[in-house]
Design a protein around this ligand. Structure first.
Ligand code: SF4
Length: 357
C-alpha cells in the first residue's frame, strides 16, 4: 500500500533540525512527566522516548529552576526540546536562552504588548518557533460568552486571536494545537482551523485517559484528521509512561500508511486450536523489538495448521503447535523448532535479516 497519502499543504517550520509541515513526515511528539529540574531523570526519560522514535520532546517549565535546567538537559539528549510555559513571559525568554528549540506559550496569556514583543523578539533571535496551544478548558471569557460555551468555533477564534498577536509582530514561525478532551470537538476545531490558516497543526486529544480509552480516543481523533490530510505533528496523551504514547503514535501512523518505524507485528486472535501461550509470546517479541528499526512484517500465529497460510504475506513468522512449532517466511516453512525456542529462533532470523540489509 502506498505511503504518504494526501496531506494538506502547510507552511514549514523547524523545531531544531526537525521539519514540521510543508510535506515533511508527520512528526511524533511526547512530553516528559519527570520534574524538569531533575536533569538526570529527565534526560533518562527523553532518551528512552528517543529510542522508540520520539522526534520532538516537550518539557514543563513551571519555574526558573526548570528553565535553567534546559541547558544541562540539552547536553544529554539528541532530539529537539520544546519548553512549555504558562503565563510568565520571563520564563519563555530564560528557556530560549537556556537552549530550548521551541516555545509553547499562548501570547494572549502573558499580559500586554511589550511582553509579547519581548517573547517574539527573543524567539526570532534564537530561531525558535512558537506553538500556540488552545485548550478547551481555558478559553477567554468574552469568547465563551459570545459562543455560549466551548464550541469548536470558540476554540478557533481563540486560536486566531493568539495567532494575530504574533503575526502583527511579523512573527510567523507558528504551530497551532486545539485540544479538547472529546473527539467530536477536537475534529471540528481542527477542520475549521485548517480551512482558516496554513500554519502547521499539532494534533492530539487532550486528557484522553488511561490505556484503553486513551488509545481509542487518540486513534479516532488523531487518525481521522490524519486520514483527511490534517496534522503535521501528533501527540498521543495517555495517563501512563510516555514511551507508550510514542508507540501508539507510530501504530496510528503505520495503520494509515503515513509513516512506519520498525517491524509490523501481526498476531492471530487465538482460538480453540491454540495450544501455546500466544499472549506471552507476542508480548516477548514486542518487547524485544521495541526499539528495532527493521522494516519486516512479522506474524505470530497460534497454530501450525492455519497460521502460515493466514499470514502468507508476512516476511517472517512463527506458528505454535504442541511441543513443537515452526518458523515460516511468506507462507513457506523454514524449519521446525521446539516450542520453547520459537521466540529465540525468530529473533535470530530477524537479527540475520538486519545484518544483511
Ligand atoms: Fe486459530 Fe490457528 Fe487461526 Fe490462530 S492461526 S486463529 S490458532 S486457526
Amino acid at each position: 500500500m502506498p505511503f504518504a497519502q494526501y496531506r494538506k499543504k502547510t507552511r514549514q517550520i523547524h523545531v531544531g533540525p526537525v521539519p514540521v509541515g510543508g510535506g515533511a513526515p508527520v512528526a511524533v511528539q511526547s512530553m516528559t512527566n519527570t520534574r524538569t529540574e531533575d536533569v538526570a531523570a529527565t534526560v533518562r526519560q527523553i532518551n528512552a522516548l528517543e529510542a522508540v522514535g520520539c522526534d520532538i520532546i516537550r518539557v514543563a517549565v513551571p519555574g526558573e529552576e526548570a528553565a535553567r535546567a534546559i541547558g544541562a538537559i540539552k547536553k544529554g539528549i539528541h532530539i529537539p526540546l520544546i519548553a512549555d510555559i504558562h503565563f510568565d513571559y520571563k520564563l519563555a525568554i530564560l528557556a530560549a536562552e537556556s537552549g530550548a528549540d521551541g516555545l509553547r506559550i499562548n501570547p494572549g496569556n502573558i499580559g500586554g504588548g511589550e511582553k509579547i514583543q519581548a517573547v517574539a523578539a527573543c524567539a526570532k533571535d534564537h530561531g525558535l518557533p512558537i506553538r500556540i496551544g488552545v485548550n478547551a478548558g481555558s478559553l477567554e471569557q468574552d469568547i465563551l460568552d459570545k459562543y455560549h460555551g466551548v464550541t469548536p468555533e470558540a476554540m478557533v477564534e481563540s486560536g486566531l486571536r493568539h495567532i494575530g498577536l504574533l503575526t502583527d509582530l511579523d512573527f510567523h514561525d507558528i504551530k497551532i494545537s486545539l485540544k479538547a478532551s472529546d473527539v467530536y470537538r477536537t475534529l471540528a476545531a481542527y477542520r475549521l482551523m485548517s480551512e482558516r490558516v496554513d500554519y502547521p497543526l499539532h494534533v492530539g486529544v487532550t486528557e484522553a485517559g488511561s490505556l484503553f480509552p486513551g488509545v481509542v480516543k487518540s486513534s479516532l481523533g488523531i487518525g481521522m484528521l490524519l486520514a483527511e490530510g490534517i496534522g503535521d505533528t501528533i501527540r498521543v496523551s495517555l495517563t501512563r509512561d510516555p514511551v507508550d504514547e510514542v508507540r501508539v503514535a507510530y501504530e496510528i501512523l503505520s495503520a494509515l500508511n503515513l509513516r512506519r518505524r520498525g517491524p509490523e507485528i501481526i498476531s492471530c486472535p487465538t482460538c480453540g486450536r491454540t495450544s501455546i501461550d500466544l499472549f506471552s509470546i507476542v508480548e516477548q517479541v514486542e518487547e524485544a523489538l521495541k526499539t528495532s528499526r527493521v522494516p519486516l512484517k512479522i506474524a505470530i500465529m497460534g497454530c501450525v495448521v492455519n497460521g502460515p497460510g493466514e499470514a502468507r504475506d508476512a516476511d517472517l513468522g512463527i506458528a505454535g503447535g504442541k511441543g513443537v512449532g515452526i518458523l515460516f517466511s511468506k507462507g513457506r516453512v523454514l524449519r521446525k523448532c521446539a516450542e520453547a525456542d520459537l521466540v529465540t529462533e525468530l529473533l535470530k532470523e530477524i537479527e540475520t535479516f538486519e545484518k544483511n540489509s
